[in-house]
Design a protein around this ligand. Structure first.
Ligand SMILES: NC(=O)c1ccc[n+]([C@@H]2O[C@H](COP(=O)([O-])OP(=O)(O)OC[C@H]3O[C@@H](n4cnc5c(N)ncnc54)[C@H](O)[C@@H]3O)[C@@H](O)[C@H]2O)c1
Length: 382
C-alpha cells in the first residue's frame, strides 16, 4: 500500500540517462525536503537479465520488459522515459492517456509535428510533466538567469553558444544499435541539432527569450557507415555538424555551433551573452564558475571576474556542502527532480515542460529546414 505522499516511479531505459535519473531519485530525499517521497517501483528494459541487474544495483522493486505493461500498472504514478528519441512520443502519449505523470528525456520528439501530438496528449490529460533539459539547473546557469532577470546586463545584443565533441571522427565507427543509435537518423531524428544544439536552444530560450528566424548550415562529413543492425553499409542521415545564425525577439543576434568533429573537445558546451552594461559566459568543462564582466565597475579594477558558484545564497547551493566546495554534472538532474516533486505535489508541470520543449523543437525544425533549403526560415510559434 502506498503512503499518500509516495511518488511511485517507473523508469524506461537503463542506459546513461537511466543512471543519472536513478541517482537523482535516491539523492533528492537526502539533500532536499521534497513534499513527495520517490519510490523506485520498477525499471523497464527489453533485456530481462540487464533489467534485473539494474534493479538490484539501484534498488528498484521490480522489472518489466515491455513498457506497455509498465504503463498499465496501477502502482506506478510517474513514467520516466530514458530511451532513444524515436520512442519518446509513443510512450509519452500512452503514459499521459493512462493518467501518469511523465518525465521525458530530450529532445522531446523526432520533429515538431510529433511534438505537438505529445503536448496535446499531455495537456489533455493535465498531468505534471517535465523534459530533462538539465543544463538550466547547473547553479551557474541558474545564476546567469537571475542576473539577466535582475537587469544587470541591460539590453542584450549577442547570444553565442557552442556544443563541441569529437567522438564520431573515425569513419570505421558504425551507426545504429545499442550505444550508436545517435548516428542513426531513424532512431535519433537528427544528429547534433537534436542531440546537442537542442540543449543550447533550450537554455537560450530560457535566458534570452524567443527566436524569430534562423539561417543554418549542416554537414555530414562521413556519408556512409556500416549499420550495426543490418550489417550493411548505409547512407548516414544525421547532421554531423550544424551552425546557425538567428534573431531573438528582443532584438539580439544569436550564433550557435555544434559538431562531433572538433578534435580535442569532449562535451564543450559554452555560452556567452553580451549586454549593454555587462557580459556573462559559462563553460560546461568548468561548470561551477560563472564569468562576469561589468562595465559599471571602477575602471581601475574593471575586468572579467570568475565567480565560484558555491555559496549558500546562490541557486541550489544551500542544499549542498559549505561555501567553496563545488558540485557537478549529476546534480543538475537532482535539482530538476527536486523541482519536479515540488510541482507534482501541486499538480503542476515543471519547467521545462512539454510545451517549453516544443518551442525548442520548433527551432530545431526551422534550423534543419533552413540548412536544407539554404535560406532563412521563420520559427513556427508554439
Ligand atoms: N539530458 C541530457 O543531457 C541527456 C544526455 C544523454 C542522453 N539524453 C537523452 O536520453 C535518451 C536516452 O539516451 P541515453 O544516452 O541514456 O541512451 P542509452 O543508449 O545509454 O540508453 C538507452 C536505453 O533505452 C533502452 N531502450 C531502447 N529502446 C527501448 C524500448 N523500446 N523499450 C525499453 N527500453 C528501450 C536501451 O536498452 C537502453 O537501456 C535520449 O533521448 C537522449 O537524447 C539526454
Amino acid at each position: 500500500m502506498a503512503a499518500t505522499n509516495d511518488l511511485r516511479i517507473g523508469i524506461i531505459g537503463y542506459g546513461f540517462m537511466g543512471r543519472t535519473h536513478s541517482n537523482a531519485y535516491k539523492q533528492v530525499p537526502q539533500f532536499f525536503d521534497p513534499p513527495l517521497r520517490p519510490v523506485l517501483k520498477a525499471v523497464c528494459g527489453r533485456d530481462e537479465a540487464n533489467a534485473k541487474a539494474f534493479a538490484e544495483r539501484w534498488g528498484y522493486e521490480s522489472i518489466e520488459t515491455d513498457w506497455r505493461k509498465l504503463i498499465d500498472r496501477d502502482d506506478i504514478d510517474a513514467v520516466d522515459i530514458c530511451t532513444p528519441n524515436n520512442t519518446h512520443a509513443e510512450i509519452a502519449i500512452a503514459a499521459a492517456e493512462a493518467g501518469k505523470m511523465v518525465l521525458c528525456e530530450k529532445p522531446l520528439s523526432m520533429d515538431l509535428k510529433q511534438g505537438q501530438q505529445m503536448v496535446d496528449a499531455i495537456e489533455k490529460a493535465g498531468v505534471p510533466n517535465t523534459v530533462w533539459y538539465n543544463y538550466r539547473r547547473v547553479p551557474a546557469v541558474s545564476l546567469a538567469k537571475q542576473l539577466i532577470d535582475e537587469g544587470r546586463l541591460g539590453k542584450i545584443f549577442h547570444y553565442r553558444a557552442n556544443f563541441l565533441q569529437d567522438w564520431t571522427i573515425s569513419a570505421d565507427l558504425p551507426q545504429g544499435g545499442a550505444a550508436l543509435w545517435r548516428l542513426d537518423a531513424a532512431a535519433a531524428g537528427s544528429g547534433v541539432t537534436g542531440d546537442l544544439l537542442a540543449h543550447c536552444i533550450d537554455t537560450a530560450l530560457w535566458l534570452n527569450g524567443k527566436i524569430g528566424d534562423v539561417c543554418a548550415m549542416t554537414e555530414t562529413f562521413i556519408k556512409e557507415r556500416t549499420h550495426t543492425l543490418t550489417g550493411k553499409v548505409e547512407k548516414v542521415g544525421i547532421d554531423d555538424a550544424c551552425a546557425f545564425l538567428c534573431h531573438f525577439e528582443n532584438g539580439s543576434l544569436g550564433l550557435f555551433e555544434s559538431t562531433r568533429y572538433a578534435r580535442g573537445h569532449k562535451a564543450l558546451y559554452t555560452l556567452e551573452i553580451n549586454g549593454e552594461h555587462a557580459s556573462i559566459r559559462w563553460d560546461l568543462h568548468d561548470l561551477h564558475r560563472l564569468e562576469y564582466f561589468d562595465h559599471r565597475d571602477d575602471s581601475i579594477v574593471r575586468g572579467w571576474r570568475s565567480v565560484h558558484v558555491t555559496d549558500g545564497d546562490m541557486p541550489y547551493m544551500k542544499h549542498w556542502w559549505v561555501p567553496g566546495l563545488q558540485i557537478g554534472y549529476e546534480h543538475t538532474f537532482i535539482h530538476q527532480f527536486a523541482d519536479f516533486l515540488d510541482c507534482a505535489a501541486q499538480g503542476k508541470p515543471c519547467p521545462p515542460t512539454f510545451r517549453d520543449a516544443l518551442a525548442t523543437q520548433a527551432v530545431c525544425d526551422a534550423v534543419l529546414d533552413s540548412a536544407e533549403q539554404r535560406k532563412w526560415e521563420d520559427v513556427v510559434p508554439v
